[in-house]
Design a protein around this ligand. Structure first.
Ligand code: ADP
Ligand code: MG
Length: 696
């Protein structure tokens, strides 16, 4: 965590702190403590609450508790050649408890009979005796030392060569000497949110007198992190607008009215709200920077179509970019006819567009003869010049890099951006990862009846036959099926090979009477499109595929999906995959081939079987796997969160978001006297993280 600029002394080498000699300096460096500030902000990772320790006679099996007692007996046992057990019995006036360590014989030497210790851990019951396996140990006093009154002991992460007690002493000294720093949070904010001052929070975080006090301190420190993050993101967002006003679009034109007539269904409530949000953005001179988050099948495309119509009505141009050719072609096939009916001109440009056609298209786009251009990465190539591009829509945005999105945006001036994703990102993560974007959510699914009758089953290796039977039964009813091959981390090539092999196996051994096709990311695009066309037309019964189908493919007649090695996928990704079936009038059947070996693995499989709510699943994945894994990317470009947690502090994050927006509305550059210290803090925190100038 960068603390530069808060206070000069915090930047001085940790060696200058009290009690830090050369040896301790080295040990501290091993745990990343280099400056005085690092030491002051080396927060405890847990507390031992000795103010409320239970008498030993009152502990119960399953309790997670801290207990204290006097060491009565230390015993080493070796019931089997490879098994060492150390047992340490402690007692108080009411009873006794055993601490047990397996294969850590040195633990026997850590205890002295007669000394007072605290054990923290989970209480187990073993042959009528309460015990804890490898509890956390805190020494409370040498034999005969007077018993101290109850207190809360912080536990800081330490390292070899530096005992917890010594580290605690170093932190205490540093806190005494250096924690007296001015608070960069405006007093008004602190009062409004009922937050401790910085200096009080530092002290209470390290040495609280109760767990409640520690929580209050933590709340303050988490809030300041989240506030700085939101301020940084929002300021970055504003600076990306570059001061240039965006195009003011017409939102009451003929094409938009016509769209309402040609769309064959009513919009869901969420879709209507999102359309409203987007049209408001388009009508305003403030360039749009909006993220449309909607689970698979919630109908993002038709929402985007409204934006395209408004652009056509305004006499300017829109580009809509998809990460794959299959998807770009799908726009052309689904949205194109609507645009035709509305009298809006459009073209499709991809990597496989023939040269002659391509030069026609480029000419029309440059002369302004085309209002809407669909396509793939081909859109951001050098040769593509727009007469007046005012809207860029990027679908499945997580498949594109920041640079690619920027490249599309740079095809015009102050272009309105609409990015769409089906990755159901929890709001807390969206606010931190994409905090510089406005968001619209689609939660309802228009086909909820078919989707809600869809099923997901977990299948172990012995019951694969059931899933194959289900495929066959579906095909007999005229439906189709997907078989999704395992993710292979190493390379696309390996994944593609395994898909080919699986297709061969299925063709020769399982579905010899059905027509089976293969789709991999390694295939030439013409070949890929041909396979998709044959699957869509019903010529293929079964499509064996790598995860390329995750993205946006819409074949309502496909009702069964088998996913191999399901535990290797993220929940969000599994959810997206299974959203490919049960899209039409028929419910989907999803079979997850999985053999989870860990508790987390099992919990994740249970979650996906038990829930159809993509956002709930994303929250669950966030909880089980942590934020880094969920998106499959590090949160690059953003300062790290040291105290705040996206899982536990979702509400605090909303407060910080709201406060940051309020401050910037009143004082966009944070230039007022009461905001200046905060601005310095934000700048220093973002200084360590790259990408301050980049815009999502
Ligand atoms: P996604 O959000 O996954 O991109 P799509 O835009 O591909 O979803 O829409 C999925 C399907 O739902 C499409 O066939 C689309 O025509 C249909 N659809 C979209 N909105 C509605 C609605 N309000 N009522 C009925 N069907 C809809
Ligand atoms: Mg889509």
């Amino acid at each position: 965590m960068s603390r530069a600029g808060r206070r000069a002394e915090w930047d001085s080498p940790v060696r200058s702190a009290r009690f830090v000699d050369a040896n301790r300096e080295q040990a501290l460096e091993r745990i990343g403590i280099v400056t005085v500030g690092d030491l002051v902000t080396h927060w405890p990772f847990r507390y031992l609450d000795l103010t409320t320790t239970l008498p030993l006679s009152r502990v119960k099996q399953g309790d997670e508790v801290t207990v204290t007692g006097v060491v009565r007996r230390v015993q080493k046992k070796q019931p089997r050649p490879r098994l060492n057990i150390v047992e340490v019995a402690i007692t108080d006036d009411t009873g006794s408890l055993l601490g047990v360590w397996f294969n850590q014989p040195y633990m026997a030497d850590r205890f002295l009979e007669g000394e007072r210790v605290a054990f923290a851990g989970k209480v187990e019951l073993d042959f009528g005796m309460h015990r804890m396996t490898a509890p956390f140990v805190e020494k409370l006093g040498a034999p005969g030392a007077p018993q101290e009154p109850g207190r809360v002991l912080p536990v800081h992460r330490s390292t070899e060569g530096l005992t917890i007690n010594w580290l605690r002493r170093l932190v205490a000294a540093a806190t005494d000497d250096y924690a007296d720093v001015p608070d960069f949070l405006p007093v008004k904010t602190r009062l409004a949110r009922d937050l401790m001052s910085l200096r009080a929070a530092i002290r209470s975080m390290h040495f609280p007198s109760s767990l409640v006090e520690a929580r209050t301190a933590r709340r303050r420190l988490a809030y300041e992190e989240l506030l700085c993050l939101q301020l940084g993101l929002l300021m970055r967002h504003h600076s990306s607008r570059d001061g240039r006003p965006g195009h003011v679009h017409r939102t009451d034109g003929a094409a938009l009215r016509a769209l309402c007539d040609v769309v064959p269904f009513d919009l869901t409530g969420d879709q209507s709200v999102a359309v409203r949000d987007i049209l408001d953005d388009l009508a305003s001179p403030r360039p749009m920077n909006r993220l449309l988050l909607g689970d698979v099948g919630t109908g993002k495309t038709v929402v985007a179509a409204h934006a395209l119509a408004a652009v056509a009505d305004s006499g300017t141009q829109a580009a809509m970019m998809a990460p794959t050719e299959v998807l770009a072609v799908q726009y052309a096939e689904k949205v194109g006819p609507l645009l035709d009916d509305m009298g809006v001109s459009w073209r499709l440009l991809t990597g496989s567009t023939l040269a002659a056609e391509r030069s026609d298209i480029l000419h029309e786009v440059e002369s302004g003869g085309v209002a809407v251009l669909f396509g793939t990465h081909a859109l951001i190539e050098g040769g593509v010049t727009f007469a007046k591009l005012t809207l860029a829509v990027v679908d499945e945005q997580h498949r594109f890099g920041v640079q690619q999105r920027l490249a599309l945006r740079r095809k015009g001036e102050a272009v309105d951006m609409l990015v769409m994703t089906a990755t159901p990102i929890p709001r807390s993560l969206a606010l931190t990862r994409f905090g510089d974007l406005d968001t619209s959510y689609l939660r309802e699914c228009p086909h909820s009846s078919a989707a809600s009758r869809s099923t997901t089953r977990l299948v172990d290796r012995h019951h694969r036959g059931d899933a194959y039977d289900a495929v066959r039964a579906a095909v007999e009813r005229g439906r189709q099926a997907y078989v999704v091959c395992p993710l292979v981390d190493e390379s696309d090539a390996i994944q593609a090979r395994s898909a080919l092999k699986e297709a061969e196996r299925l063709t020769s051994e399982v579905f010899s009477d059905l027509s089976v096709g293969v789709l991999t990311g390694k295939m030439k695009s013409a070949e890929r499109l041909d396979v998709m066309r044959r699957f869509r037309s019903g010529e293929l019964d079964v499509l064996v595929s790598t995860t390329v189908i995750e993205v946006g493919v819409d074949v309502p007649n496909a009702t069964v999906m088998i996913i191999e090695d399901a535990e290797r996928f993220g929940l969000a990704q599994l959810h997206q995959l299974r959203g490919r079936v049960g899209r039409g009038e028929y419910p989907g059947e999803v079979y997850l081939f999985a053999d989870p070996k860990t508790d987390v693995g099992r919990a994740r499989m249970e979650a996906i079987v038990g829930s159809r709510d993509g956002f709930a699943l994303a929250e669950e994945d966030l909880r089980l796997r942590g934020p880094g894994q969920l998106l499959g990317v590090a949160q690059h470009g953003l300062p790290e969160l040291g105290v705040a947690s996206l899982i536990d502090d979702a509400e605090l994050l909303e407060c910080a978001r709201c406060d940051a927006a309020g401050m910037l509305a009143a004082d966009p550059g944070l230039e007022r006297a009461e905001h200046r210290p905060l601005w310095r803090e934000v700048r220093s925190r973002f200084a360590g993280a790259d990408g301050w100038m980049e815009s999502g």
